[in-house]
Design a protein around this ligand. Structure first.
Ligand code: XUL
Ligand code: CO
Length: 435
């Protein structure tokens, strides 16, 4: 197998068994009037790709990512160089990062911010050199010990201010890098026991924090979307951003729906005992679909395993939702995914991205085929056809009272509800997927 050092661009070569090639992802191929790269808008996650070294609760890292450097700033410059080279090899157009992914933390807040600002300039030059774009930026307000009780929901007001300083620097970076998104993943915004928690104050403070961040961004020219990334648990037992529906309730209560949309992660959906497509659909019907963290979990494990997505049913159902919603605008598909601890080479990181990109490329192709086939859309349309005329139409148009409905119901004899035909519809999908 070819070594990482010798890799250049991964070609689209559907007929070969060469592992460093795409079978379904052909970036400039036009499907339904749009290039595949613009349908999919793949992004590489800085933290997993060039940060995570395979550390787990029982053992140290299995892949060193310091590139032989000793000084912190040198290490982070070497990381950035390698990261952009990887995007180039894979033909990935976008990237996402936390503040602490790109720069070492200093011993004070001020020092950390200075390191960060220096590295933003460095990344800006690399972005220009490789012609890449930033999808979204976020602040890591959960790893450092000062965030043990949360950031915007911390019991300690000083911690709230540090979180604000970090978010301000990250919004400045998003503006400088031309990012079209800014993410808030709750991190430790939640609680473990009500015995020590003032939930009302914590939620109000979180809203105050997001409102200030929104106002700062808008005042300084950030035109992209702010995103909330729902997750039900881990690290805290109860995360305030449990799922899309919970987040929508929060945003509506605090009048934030105009600026905040959802960044939906597949593995977070399943942790909330939802399917990925359920979360996507919930966001879409609430006009809050924004972006996606593409990965998959292991349903036999109870935590966020952040695996590369290879389940083609899931990528197909995801792309069906995205296509029906009209495609991405400011959002994209960010691989919030890492190789397994035993996949401990840089070649594995490239192969993992190829597997995820191909799974989504195939999902896109199949979703378009399902739409062109039309059987599923037609079935759903027909299933609800009782609302197109007569009493159903009056209900939908709001032209009827409860009393009139009751009178109508009393004129009815036996009612026949049409079959849901789930097994037939699943077979239609299989026949399209495996033809
Ligand atoms: C954590 C997670 C984060 C966010 C960004 O589960 O998904 O990586 O995507 O903070
Ligand atoms: Co994520």
């Amino acid at each position: 197998m070819q070594k990482f050092e010798t890799l250049t661009h991964i070609p689209y070569a559907p007929e070969t068994k060469e592992p460093f090639s795409f079978r379904w992802y052909n970036p400039d191929e036009v499907l339904a009037g749009k290039k595949m790269r613009d349908h999919l808008k793949f992004a590489m996650a800085y933290w997993h790709t060039i940060g995570a070294e395979g550390v787990d609760m029982f053992g140290a890292g299995t892949l060193d990512k310091t590139f032989g450097q000793k000084e912190p700033m040198d290490i982070y410059r070497a990381k950035a160089d390698c990261f952009f080279r990887m995007m180039d090899i894979l033909n990935i157009d976008y990237y996402c990062f936390h503040d602490v992914d790109i720069a070492p933390e200093g011993s004070t807040v001020k020092e950390s911010l200075a390191n960060f600002n220096e590295m933003v300039n460095y990344v800006y030059e690399l972005q220009k050199k490789y012609n890449k774009k930033c999808l979204w930026v976020t602040a890591n307000n959960f790893s450092d010990k000062k965030f043990m009780a949360g950031a915007a929901t911390s019991c300690c007001a000083d911690v709230f201010t540090v979180a604000a300083a970090k978010v301000r620097a990250c919004i400045d970076a998003a503006i400088k890098l031309g990012a079209t998104g800014y993410v808030f993943w709750g991190g430790r915004e939640g609680y473990d026991t009500l015995l020590n928690t003032d939930m009302g104050l914590e939620l109000d403070n979180m809203a105050r924090f997001l409102t200030m961040a929104r106002d700062y961004g808008r005042k300084n020219g950030f035109k992209g979307d702010f995103y909330i990334e729902p997750k039900p648990k881990e690290p805290t037992k109860h995360q305030y951003d449990f799922d899309v529906a919970t987040c929508m309730n929060f945003l509506r209560k605090y009048n934030l729906t105009a600026d905040f949309k959802m960044n939906i992660e597949a593995n977070h959906a399943t942790l909330a005992t939802h399917t990925f497509e359920h979360e996507l659909r919930t966001a879409i019907v609430n006009d809050s679909f924004g972006s996606i963290d593409a990965n998959q979990g292991d349903l036999l494990l109870g935590w966020d395993t952040d695996q590369f997505p290879t389940d083609v049913y899931s990528t197909t159902y995801c792309m069906l939702e995205v296509l029906r919603a009209g495609g991405f605008t400011n959002g994209g598909l960010n691989f919030d995914a890492k190789t397994r601890r035993q996949s401990n080479t840089f070649e594995d990181i490239i192969l993992a991205h190829i597997s995820g990109m191909d799974a989504f490329a195939l999902g896109l192709r199949k979703a378009l085929e399902i739409m062109a086939d039309g059987r599923i859309e037609a079935f759903v349309k027909e299933r609800y056809s009782s609302y197109n005329s007569g009493i159903g139409q009056k209900i939908v148009e709001g032209n009827i009272t409860l009393e009139e409905l009751a009178d109508y119901a009393c004129t009815l004899g036996e009612i026949e509800v049409p079959s849901g035909r789930q097994e037939y519809l699943e077979t239609v999908v299989n026949r399209i997927l495996f033809r």
